[in-house]
Design a protein around this ligand. Sequence first.
Ligand code: AMP
Length: 291
Amino acid sequence: MRIISTPGEMSRLARAIRREGSGRHSLVPTMGALHEGHVSLVRAARDGSTIVTVSIFVNPTQFGPNEDLARYPRTFEADCAALQGLGVDYVFAPAAPDMYPDGFRTSVHVDGLRDRLEGQVRPGHFDGVATVVLKLFAIAQPDAAFFGRKDAQQLRIIRQMTSDLDLGIEIVGCPIVREPDGLAGSSRNAYLSPDERRAATVLSRALRAAADAIGRGIRASAEIVAAADAVIKAEPMARPDYVELVDADTFDRVGSIERTALLLLAVRIGSTRLIDNAVINVRDGEVNVER
Ligand code: AMP
């Protein structure tokens, strides 16, 4: 496994991979502090690719001024050891000034999708994400890129950008990996105190309550959201940012379940902000919930 620390070196390597027809090259973009969720993306990429590159870059432009950029966990050595064990070929770990040199002026906006939900609570977040992902794609020139469905709105935005700009990169969405008690894996889970960690199961419990309501035949969004809300309200350490049922394609709020939808949650536990979601699949009138 080789560690590449400059965009120039990575892009020279990517061009050589293409020129030599070395086979399918897959990219897994991450911000490091790797956990089982990241591992699942790397395994999915490894399976069926000739070359796997994992990028580790804590992207400053996707953090707001009052967010956790400075304290975001950084565990580079342990991350590299884990990636080596997973058979990764290249780790691309650039420094911020090399990604955003003085005079950098370009930003990618995916209109509409970027302003709601996560984008409303975190203004500018998705412009930062889309811009850095486009840069990573331009530098690494992969055939495929792997993302987690945990960040559902991010995945939707990256698919839109990839299609709108004819990038010709296959975007693969991977299932949410959870702890045994249901908490979705996140680098931010490391911030939680033991009491907060217990309270954090409220997100997956809220999704389960909503899934149970759907299982009982409820189709009205207000009732499904209320079932999730009730669980969050019962947890004194939890403060919800939003609980919304949206169309999986447009991310517009829906009044009832008629086609594939997403139930999206963002909840603060103490000073830690966590997100989670469930996909509500509708096929031939059959509804099933995937968490
Ligand atoms: P991050 O390092 O938080 O930027 O995440 C890098 C990638 O890992 C993103 O595509 C995330 O959606 C994905 N990811 C993070 N947590 C999980 C999880 N629990 N299950 C699946 N994918 C995840």
